[in-house]
Design a protein around this ligand. Sequence first.
Ligand code: PMT
Length: 402
Amino acid sequence: MQTLVGKKILLGISGGIAAYKCAELTRRLIERGAEVQVVMTKAAKEFITPLTMQAVSGRPVSDSLLDPAAEASMSHIELAKWADLVLLAPATADLIARMSAGMGNDLLTTLVLASDAPIAVSPAMNQQMYLNVATQENIATLSRRGMMIWGPAAGEQACGDIGPGRMLEPMQLVEKCEAFFAPKPLIGKSVVITAGPTREAIDPVRYISNHSSGKMGFALALAARQLGADVTLIAGPVALTAPQGVKRVDVISAQQMYDAALEHAVTHDVFIGCAAVADYRPLSVADQKIKKTTDNDDMQISMIKNPDIIASVATLTESRPFTVGFAAETQEVEAYALDKLQRKNLDMICANDVSVEGQGFNSDSNAITVYWKGGQKPLGSATKTDLGREILLSISEHLTQA
Ligand code: PMT
C-alpha cells in the first residue's frame, strides 16, 4: 500500500515505557514515505532520548512551548497546521486526562488543541490505570469528540501485570495509519442518518421517550463524513454536537422524524435508521398540564402506533436509498434482526444486544453484527466511533457491488 507517501504525521510521545517502541514506529512510517515530526513531553524524554528520535525521524524533535529558537523555525501553530494526522503513541493516562480536560499546559497538549487534523490516540499504561473509571471516562470523552482510539492490546506488561494497556505494536500502528489514509470510498455519495430518541408528548410538560443518547448515530455520521460522504443527520433531542461538516436537522417527535426522513431519503444514496423511534405515541396530547386526582390511583394513557420510518423509506418506489436499519434486542438477537431485515424490506441491519451492560443505549461502546440477505459480518465490540467506521465500510462494499 502506498497510502503514506507524502503524509505528514505528527508523532506525540508521552512518558511511558512503550516510548522505546517509537524509534521503530518512526522508521517504519518513514520507510513507507511518511514525514514524521516528533513532539515529546518532558516525561517522554526519560524513556527515549530526543537525539534517538531526531536520528530516526531526520528532524529536530519539538519539546518546548517556550523555546524561542524552535518557535522561530516553526511555531507551534504552524506545527499544528502542518500535520495530516496527529498520532499520540504512547498516550499515557496523564496525557489522556489532560486532553480530556482540554488543557494546553505543554507543547503536545497545546498542539492537540490547535490542530484540526484527525487525532489518533494509542493508550499505553498499567492495566489497573487503564481500567480505572477516570481513565475510561476520559477515553470515552476523547472518542466522543471524534478522536480515534487505537488499542490498547492486552497481555503481559512491563510492570509484570497482565491485562489491557499495552501499546499496539509499531507495525499495527503503521497498518492503522495506512488504513486511515486509504482512499475514501464514500466520496460522491450522500448518507442520511437518524439518531437519538424521539419524545412523544403527553401534555405540555410530560413525554414518553427512551434511553437513546444519539452516540451511535453521531458516530456513524462522523465515520461517513471521514470516509468522504455528504452527510445529513436527523437528530432527536440529544445533548451532542454534530461532527464538523455534517448537516444537522433537529426533530423531537416520531412524526417530525418521519417527515424529515422521507424528505431527505429521496435525495440521498444511503439511509441509516439508528434512531430509537417510539413505536407508540399518546392518542391525544392534553392542552394543559394533567392534574393529579385525589379520587383515583390509576391513570390510563391510550396510545396509537407511530409510522414506521425505515419501513416507509425501504418501500419507496422511486429514488429508494440503500436502506440500513438497526435492531435493538434483549433476546434472540439474530432471529429478531433477520426478521426485521426481511419484514421491513431492508438492505442491511446492524444488530445490537442492548441487554448487555456497557453497550447499546447510552454507552460509549457497542457490539454489532451486520446482516444482509445471504450474509453476515460480526464487527465485535469496540467504541461506537470505531464501529461506526466498520459499519460504513461494510455499506460501502455493498454499494460497490450493487
Ligand atoms: O443512541 P445510543 O445511546 O448511542 O444507543 C444506540 C442504539 C441502541 C439506540 C442503536 O444502536 C440502536 O439499536 N438503534 C435502533 C433502536 C430501535 O429502535 O430499534 P428497533 O429494533 O426498535 O427498531 C428497528 C429499526 O426500525 C430501527 O432502525 C429503527 O430506527 C426503526 N424504526 C422503529 C420504529 C419506528 N416507528 N420507525 C423506525 O424507523
